[in-house]
Design a protein around this ligand. Structure first.
Ligand SMILES: C[S@@+](CC[C@H](N)C(=O)[O-])C[C@H]1O[C@@H](n2cnc3c(N)ncnc32)[C@H](O)[C@@H]1O
Length: 193
């Protein structure tokens, strides 16, 4: 319940950067973490952590604190995350600089990127910078997974992300529509071949 209030406060403060009115549901979370096996050499990098809907589940499957790094832009949310998940690593920062932030963390190779970033409501130039960061991680071999809301699926920036990824890594693996989420969403996954 606390998480919902903290999330909604962040939304009110900056609706375009938060991009949703509520944290992801447990059904969407389940699809986001499906098949992920984090370890020190296959670190989970979470971009746009929010109140930690995915983090909570990742923590249950993470071997130790060196298998996860969360990057979040909002300092109030970072404070809540550090309070709620004292054994997980978070960095206050911009996903546009995620490659350098990960390097600074001195954690091992990133094996999985989970993104909760609201690409649909963020400016194009910010999205482009984040895409190029994702590309750098993918070049080293990793899996990238994000979700898109059904109502935003055909918006130009949602299409642009899919095209950017498809041109480099082929067609995505798509989940079915997850109805038990506000709003309904699907997950998209790409892997470096
Ligand atoms: C839709 S919320 C997702 C939260 C959570 N992953 C979930 O699914 O419930 C998006 C989050 O991305 C964060 N965010 C937006 N732009 C960002 C950026 N450039 N770098 C890092 N975090 C960002 C927002 O502050 C917000 O917490």
């Amino acid at each position: 319940m606390h998480e919902n209030i903290e999330f909604f406060q962040a939304f009110l403060k900056n609706p375009l950067k938060v991009g949703a009115i509520a944290p992801s549901s447990s059904e969407l979370t389940q699809r986001m973490v499906e098949g992920i096996e984090p370890n020190e050499n296959a670190v989970v990098l979470e971009l746009g952590v929010g109140t930690g809907a995915f983090t909570k589940r990742i923590r249950e499957i993470t071997l130790n604190e060196n298998s996860y790094l969360g990057i979040e832009l909002d300092k109030n949310l970072i404070r809540c995350l550090r309070r709620n998940f004292p054994d997980m690593r978070f960095m206050l920062g911009n996903a546009c600089k995620s490659f350098a932030l990960h390097k600074r963390s001195q954690l091992g190779k990133v094996g999985f990127i989970l993104s909760g970033l609201p690409f649909v409501s963020m400016p194009n130039e910010v999205n482009d910078r984040i895409f190029s960061q994702i590309e750098k991680f993918m070049e080293q071999g990793c899996t990238f997974r994000t979700f898109q809301y059904a109502h935003g699926y055909y918006m130009p920036s949602a299409i642009k992300l899919r095209e950017f990824m498809r041109d480099r890594y082929g067609e995505s693996q798509k989940s079915t529509l997850i109805m038990k989420n506000v709003p309904p969403a699907i997950t998209l996954t790409w892997q470096t071949k």
